[in-house]
Structure formats: C-alpha cells, structure tokens
Ligand binder design. Structure first.
Ligand SMILES: [Zn+2]
Length: 183
C-alpha cells in the first residue's frame, strides 16, 4: 500500500477545511475531514476548532484500529466513522463529512439521494460519534462515493481530498436541485 507525505496531507486538510467553510458546506466546527496516511493511520481535523483558524500542527494523527491518537488537540468526535471507512475500503484515501443544508434535509427524511450515476443511500440512524453510526455508515456506503446519515449529514469519499471534496459539492448541489423541484 502507498504511503502519503504527512506534511503535504496536513497542508491539504487545512486548505480544504477553509474551502469547505467558504463554500458554505460547513459552519463553525461542524463537519470534519480526514486523509489516510497509510494502512494503519489517518490524519483528521480536531474537535471543536473553527476552520478559519485551523493550522497544520492542529491536525490529529489517529490509529485506525484502536482510535488512539497523537497531537495537541482531541481528534474529531466522528473519528470512528472515518476509521471504519478506511478499514472497509482500501481505495479510499480521503473522507469529507458535512452537515450541508440540502443533504441534511434529505437525510432528515431518510431518503436516498441520486448524484449523477451514484446513489447516496441513507444510512440507518446512529448517535453521533458512536460505533453504531460508523457501522451503519460503512454498510450504506458500500462501494459508492458517498452516503447520507439519517437525521445528521452526508459523507463523501475519494482517492484524494480533492475528489471527496468535489463529491461533497456535487451532492449538495443535487440535493438543492431536487428540493427546488419538489417545491
Ligand atoms: Zn456529523
């Protein structure tokens, strides 16, 4: 398996965190991003820190198998969900999780969302940060590029942060278009 350059990954997480905030996909400290470093570890955004002041050294390093971590901040409370995806999908190198408004509306109804050729299945409900949510998410995701989390938000994956980010934008745009058409 490939290994990613840690410093470059930290830089990318900071950059894409800011972009997601600018694009209105995440507000305040809601939503989180991660990148897989290798077979055993991921880098993930910290818990409770606004994206506008996020720095490379604030990013946390987490072991996928047991959730143990290093860094000056506590990793995102959704780390189990991110880790679960990396353990289930060798092709995934980045995960973007947001509470973007259009996707949340779909997720509140428990509806699947069509995004181009993909179907984002809505995962069964699980409490935020729980092992059950992680399990339900991995099951709903299957081999797709993303899935919804009932009454919660959306998760997009990719071979790179850029790819996962693009799917996040695309999913939110599609959710908005479906909702506009439904009114
Ligand atoms: Zn969330």
């Amino acid at each position: 398996m490939k290994v990613r350059d840690e410093q470059a990954c930290r830089r990318a997480l900071v950059e894409y965190g800011k972009r997601l905030a600018e694009d209105g996909l995440i507000e305040g400290t809601w939503g989180n991003l991660s990148v897989r470093l290798d077979e055993e570890t991921m880098l993930i955004t910290p818990s409770g820190l606004g994206y506008e002041r996020l720095r490379e050294e604030d990013i946390c390093k987490v072991r996928l198998k047991d959730g143990s971590w290093t860094g000056t901040h506590k990793p995102s409370s959704e780390r189990r969900l991110h880790a679960g995806i990396y353990l289930a999908r060798e092709d995934v190198w980045a995960v973007v999780h947001t509470h973007a408004a259009g996707c949340v509306t779909f997720a509140a109804c428990g509806k699947d969302l069509r995004v181009g050729e993909e179907t984002f299945v809505c995962a069964a409900y699980g409490v935020s940060g729980s092992g059950r949510l992680a399990k339900n998410c991995v099951r709903a995701l299957g081999k797709a590029r993303g899935c919804l989390l009932a009454h919660h938000g959306v998760v997009c994956v990719g071979g790179s942060l850029e790819e996962a980010y693009e799917w996040s934008l695309r999913a939110e745009k599609m959710a908005g278009e479906w909702l506009d058409g439904a009114i």
